[in-house]
Ligand binder design. Sequence first.
Ligand SMILES: C[S@@+](CC[C@H](N)C(=O)[O-])C[C@H]1O[C@@H](n2cnc3c(N)ncnc32)[C@H](O)[C@@H]1O
Length: 296
Amino acid sequence: MTIKRKGRTKNLAAGRPPTTRKPKSISRKATKALINSHHLLEKKKSQAIAKGDRAAEAAIDGEIAALGGIEKYQQASLQGQRLDRGGDSSHVLMEWIKSDGPVPSSSAGTSAETRLKMLEVGALSTTNMCSRSRLFDVERIDLNSQTDGIIQQDFMKRPLPKDESELFDIISLSLVLNFVPDAIGRGEMLLRTLDFLKQPNTDCSSELHDLFPSLFMVLPAPCVTNSRYMNEPHMETIMNTLGYVKAKSKITQRLVYYLWIRKSPVQSSSATFKKVELRSGHSRNNFAVVLRGSSG
Ligand SMILES: C[S@@+](CC[C@H](N)C(=O)[O-])C[C@H]1O[C@@H](n2cnc3c(N)ncnc32)[C@H](O)[C@@H]1O
């Protein structure tokens, strides 16, 4: 006599408890839509806060929560880092570093003193190309840490360095500046990078190239290619004013990548950049960076 087993599990994955199942993959289109909706709501929220409209702010918070909150947004961003969707953006930085000259063996090794110090703002993973390269000692922060190895911290509230040992050779702002909902906040974020980077021409902790101290910046391409208030020359002028010089750049259909080297002190502590229309047209986006005069 054969005994039939009722409800037998067909495969191991199906039998796993829900918490250990991989999150469902979201389609490319849905990922983009989710990220865009989140950015739009954050922008509306910052406008409501500026107006002191508490009711609107609460309503928008509800809409953000209904979309799944920052967790769902981060999950969508991680999907964008999958190899089949272009991979994580730091592979471009690694290509640039390698193309600039051989990476010294001391830096590639495990000695903590010789590794370059990187601050990765807006980190979603501890295993991107930079982290795996062993070239960097990476400190990772995010508004909402998803895993061990990423400190939950707002870059804009991070305590200022007490001494040189707390300064970095490189800061990564990959798809973070466009997350900031307003133009003034973006300017402040760029200005704040200077507080955490080593001074130009200081004795770099390694014999590596001329690419440090620097800022690795990644943005969705349309922020620069199709904005009413931003284009490539304008971005460069703003960065030059902050003392940065463009060392590398790359543009794909989706993203624009930059490596800005800190070359000099802030050019003019009173320089201001307002939101000025550079291109007209209905199909433009409103990405902008406003500098309200820096402290130097
Ligand atoms: C689109 S994700 C980018 C993730 C990753 N860097 C990448 O390139 O795919 C943006 C991340 O930046 C983080 N972020 C935005 N503003 C931040 C801030 N002021 N301090 C720390 N993290 C911030 C958000 O929490 C979010 O996880």
